[in-house]
Design a protein around this ligand. Structure first.
Ligand SMILES: [Zn+2]
Length: 213
């Protein structure tokens, strides 16, 4: 899906690989559960499709066949992948239109979709986050995304972090979203490597571009 080669620090690459293995496990689990569900429906067909209550039988069948997808969150999970890019546009899909009363609530209860241009020019859309009004994870989100900003996301992470500009004094960790001072190389919260620029060049090249690395 994403053709630009990313040169991830080792610890971040491990997280990415683990997340992709989890995706595969979920997919296989979904397939196995679906086969079990189909077998169950076939075995129980005489009870499910009694002529006296055929509507209820069809309803139960649909629920049983749909259950594997709900339990494993497939195919939504398969859409996730590690990427970096520049925000082209931000779309906010309101959970409830009446909740758009102020900026804080706008972010709180809505689904934020980022339209991103990858370093190779490819355009794609990624759901940045979607939180319930009282979710504690909201405290990690510092501000709304703005077109032009460069972002980074690790597969399996709930965060899309904004990469720092040269004027920023802090940057968020791509793994736990904890804010770190710009001079840090690893996160003070979780110990993972901080991503300060789009990782599209071999790591050894960064030292020449920016002494911070
Ligand atoms: Zn961290």
């Amino acid at each position: 899906m994403f053709s630009t080669k990313l040169y991830l620090p080792n610890d971040i690459e491990v997280l990415d690989k683990k997340a992709r293995i989890k995706q595969k496990i979920r997919l296989y689990l979904c397939i196995i559960l679906f086969i079990i569900a189909v077998a169950f429906v076939i075995i129980m067909r005489n009870r499910l499709f009694k002529s006296s209550n055929i509507g209820f039988g069809i309803f139960i069948t649909v629920v049983i066949l749909y259950l594997p997808f709900i339990l494993t969150d497939i195919p939504a999970r398969l859409k996730d992948f590690t990427y970096c890019g520049t925000i082209e546009d931000v779309t906010v899909k309101a959970a409830k239109a009446s909740d758009k009363s102020n900026a804080r609530r706008l972010v709180d209860v809505n689904h934020i979709y980022l339209h991103i241009k990858a370093p190779d020019g490819k355009l794609f859309t990624h759901k940045a986050f979607s939180v319930s009004p009282y979710s504690v994870s909201f405290s990690h989100i510092q501000r709304v995304y703005v077109p032009g900003e460069k972002v980074f996301h690790i597969c399996g992470s709930e965060f899309v972090t904004i990469l720092p500009t040269k004027d920023d004094k802090t940057l968020p960790c791509p793994v736990c979203a904890d804010q770190n001072v710009i001079t840090n190389h690893i996160c003070r919260g979780c110990g993972h490597t901080l991503i300060k620029e789009m990782p599209t060049k071999p790591l050894s090249q960064y030292a020449h571009i920016n002494p911070r690395f």
